[in-house]
Design a protein around this ligand. Structure first.
Ligand SMILES: [Zn+2]
Length: 80
């Protein structure tokens, strides 16, 4: 079954601003053949995503909500 959301950050692929390389991850999480954030620290990853969303002009409340949702992504299932 094809994913609709990024396994790492929960972004719907329909909203992906870039060109996706991976079936599982969005273009922001997975670039040039590897994950942009390779660590396993959920909080650190959330900070990176939040910052990137603010930089892309995402509404502050939405950015906070999306960041919160990341903990439910398959990638972080065992890291919370
Ligand atoms: Zn992603």
């Amino acid at each position: 079954m094809a994913n609709t959301y990024c396994d790492s950050c929960m972004m719907p692929f329909a909203k992906d601003p870039g060109l996706r390389e991976s079936e599982r991850y969005c273009s922001l999480c997975f670039k040039s053949g590897k994950l942009c954030y390779e660590g396993d620290d959920l909080k650190a990853f959330q900070r990176v995503c939040h910052e990137s969303m603010i930089q892309r002009g995402t509404n502050k409340f939405l950015a906070k909500f999306y960041t919160f949702m990341i903990r439910f992504a398959p990638r972080w299932k065992n890291h919370r």
